[in-house]
Design a binder for this molecule. Sequence first.
Ligand SMILES: NC(=O)c1ccc[n+]([C@@H]2O[C@H](COP(=O)([O-])OP(=O)(O)OC[C@H]3O[C@@H](n4cnc5c(N)ncnc54)[C@H](O)[C@@H]3O)[C@@H](O)[C@H]2O)c1
Length: 250
Amino acid sequence: MQDAAGQGIMTGRLADRIVLITGAAGTIGRTVAAAIAQEGGIAIGSDLKGRGAELDLDVTQEDDWRRAVAELDRRHGRLDGLVNSAGIGMLGSVEETDFATWRHMMAVNVDGIFLGCKYAMPLLRRRGGSIVNLSSISGIVAGHNLAAYNASKGAVRLLSKSVALHGARLKPPVRCNSVHPSFVEGDMVDAMLRAVPDPAKAREKMTSDIPLRRFAKPEEVAALTVYLLSDESGFVTGAEFPIDGGLSAR
Ligand SMILES: NC(=O)c1ccc[n+]([C@@H]2O[C@H](COP(=O)([O-])OP(=O)(O)OC[C@H]3O[C@@H](n4cnc5c(N)ncnc54)[C@H](O)[C@@H]3O)[C@@H](O)[C@H]2O)c1
């Protein structure tokens, strides 16, 4: 929401909520962090060491998670939200993808979210909370050259539902939902396009596959994430949210 001068207006939907974000130096993570702050929340960004986030947290490392959660406990004594946005994307068919690439993709995209949900849960369950996992539309529909990415994002989709069912049994409950964007303007798509022989043609093809004929804006993904973190979505858990310009509708 903006006022007449084009300045953001804080509506306080996340007032005083403490939310940890992984991959917060990335396009979606930093946009989500800004949107949380805009809504009155306290966004604690984390990313790989050297990426300039508030906390150093390699999501594949169990000890990093233990350390980050202990730090949050020391600082705040609670956690109200977790946004698992750290992730990597790479193109490759099943034949082109080497095993090391497959293992690395699974480590970041799947182990990272498993560890996040596992280690943040003891803090989240103290007052109840909300987990938002960044999957992808590639976790719902496949592509011939996305073998490892499809597999990792499909795993996030169903892991999120299992976490939601566990969290629903807690008192107070911890909700968990997955968000499934198609291509989002930003670093990850730029890197993917740099890896193909004709980026302009690839961009045109990728856009033409989308009924709304454009990529998502990171702010659109952030707005959905804020909704899922807020009390407005209090009865929403175990659900998957495509944000894909209609891509998966046909
Ligand atoms: N950008 C898109 O088009 C798109 C589409 C669908 C889903 N997604 C998903 O959304 C999430 C965020 O994407 P993005 O566009 O912000 O990507 P991005 O590449 O801009 O940011 C990803 C961030 O994750 C961090 N990261 C990588 N490995 C890590 C690790 N081991 N530990 C901690 N941090 C690590 C990177 O340093 C980076 O800051 C990802 O999970 C991605 O798969 C992105």
